[in-house]
Ligand binder design. Structure first.
Ligand SMILES: Cc1ncc(COP(=O)(O)O)c(C=O)c1O
Ligand SMILES: N[C@@H](CCOP(=O)(O)O)C(=O)O
Length: 424
């Protein structure tokens, strides 16, 4: 029998690419066009089934799948059987999830446990919010919404803006005036969301947005009080358990509005209930001292911390967080701003991982527990929730670039020797 002619799909398979159909709205259904993908793999475009009938190209122009060598297909497709049903045409993804779990040998030595860092700064908008936002925005599209709204200390706003742009929806973000980190504000502006600054804190902004959803009825709220956000964010727990081959003994993370600790615990419980594991980690949540309502047992009217992302005085998912801690035999404690910045510096300088201040609260908490002889044992994961580049001011406030030197070799050597006398 004559050998079958090789197709683009065969080439893709040979290179271990996932073969998926790509729909390109600007191409005619009959076009024999090819799409050039990253790493020079060619895949034919084929019409995808749409509501308009089999073989027709969707006129909605929404289906833009993400193509990568492996994984990174987005959490909705990756964990389809563990997430709420969303029709394919409504999925708005940027290839979120599948973030690295990085071993941290130097901090492990200080803590006395084997520490891994789940670096959520590697998501498309550089924070864990993308996992939940893909589900919330896709659902908003499926439900026929044309606008979304959120309150934010910055990261939710950045993620909502990006996923709304992707989905073609209008996005309103309500933020405390002058209080969100520079990188996050820039993201919102770049994605073209409507930014509303209020003379009030995050908690006031969230109340306003909840009322907007309730009273206006035309705009979907995409904060973590929306259960779709929690569903998406729980996928990080699945990834941790899959990568390690089992759930860790403990998981440390920062706590602000408390959606993420709620989501991780839901994920680990579902993983165990599905029979993939027979254990679940102790959940160790850490709040910034000046914004630690769950530790103090009462809301904070004026929360204050250098970690602007977790400057929250009345966490919406208080019940979920306290449930996670008590059911898992974990704890929720506070760390000072100094401890947070020290942990941020240590992560960047000794492990090479640059996260934003709030993201370092989990590691700050582990270091504090170790100093007090209470560190968890075994395999421990610290979730680094967002990338350090989001908040450049925190670093620039502590250090600055040196004065320029003459552009000569002598000046270079002299400068190097001043820094490191051994340098030649
Ligand atoms: C970078 C970062 N880390 C941690 C948190 C806390 O997450 P959660 O509000 O889900 O507790 C947030 C947002 O609140 C955040 O933006
Ligand atoms: N840190 C958050 C606060 C809002 O949290 P959410 O998860 O309830 O949307 C932010 O980035 O705005």
């Amino acid at each position: 029998m004559a050998p079958r002619k090789q197709t683009g799909d065969d080439h893709a398979r040979a290179l271990s690419f996932e073969v998926r159909r790509v729909q390109v709205p600007f191409l005619d259904a009959a076009s024999p066009a090819v799409v050039v993908l990253r790493r020079a793999v060619l895949i034919r475009t084929v019409p995808e089934r749409s509501e308009a009938g089999p073989g027709a190209i969707s006129t909605k122009g929404r289906i833009l799948t993400v193509q990568t060598p492996t994984g990174r297909q987005g959490v909705i497709k990756r964990y389809r059987d563990k997430l709420p049903e969303i029709p394919g045409w409504a999925i708005s993804t940027l290839g979120e999830g599948d973030t690295p779990l990085i071993e941290a040998p130097r901090i492990s030595a200080r803590i006395g446990a084997r520490l891994y860092l789940k670096f959520e700064g590697m998501n498309p908008t550089a924070s864990f919010k993308d996992r939940g936002m893909t589900v919330a925005l896709s659902r908003a599209v499926a439900d026929g919404n044309t606008a979304v709204i959120c309150a934010s200390t910055g990261n939710t706003a950045a993620a909502a803006s990006a996923y709304a742009a992707r989905a073609g929806l209008t996005c309103f973000v309500v933020v405390p005036a002058g209080k969100i980190a520079l990188g996050k504000a820039v993201q919102v502006l770049a994605h073209g969301a409507k930014i509303v600054q209020i003379d009030g804190n995050f908690d006031a902004a969230l109340k306003l947005c909840q009322r907007a959803e309730r009273d206006l009825g035309t705009v979907a709220l995409v904060n973590s009080v929306n259960p779709d956000r929690i569903e998406g964010q729980k996928t990080a727990a699945f990834e941790v358990a899959e990568t390690l081959g089992r759930p860790p003994d403990a998981l440390a993370l920062p706590v602000g509005n408390a959606g993420n600790i709620t989501a991780y615990w839901k994920g680990f419980k579902e993983w165990r209930e599905a029979g993939h594991a027979d254990s679940a980690p102790r959940m160790l949540g850490f709040q910034a001292e000046g914004a630690s309502p769950l530790v103090a047992g009462h809301d904070f009217e004026n929360p204050e911390t250098v970690a602007s992302a977790i400057r929250i005085g009345a966490p919406a998912s208080k019940k979920g967080a306290l449930g996670a801690v008590s059911e898992s035999g974990g704890l929720i404690e506070s760390v000072t701003d100094e401890e947070i910045l020290e942990a941020q510096g240590l992560l960047a300088s000794s492990e090479g991982v640059f996260c934003e201040p709030a993201s370092a609260a989990g590691v700050a908490g582990l270091l504090k527990l170790a100093k007090e002889g209470r560190a968890p044992e075994g395999v421990v994961v610290a979730v680094l929730t967002g990338h350090g580049l989001k908040d450049p001011d925190v670093i620039l406030n502590r250090t600055r670039l040196p004065e320029p030197i003459p552009a000569t070799f002598d000046a270079l050597v002299e400068t190097m020797q001043r820094v490191e006398p051994e340098a030649r």
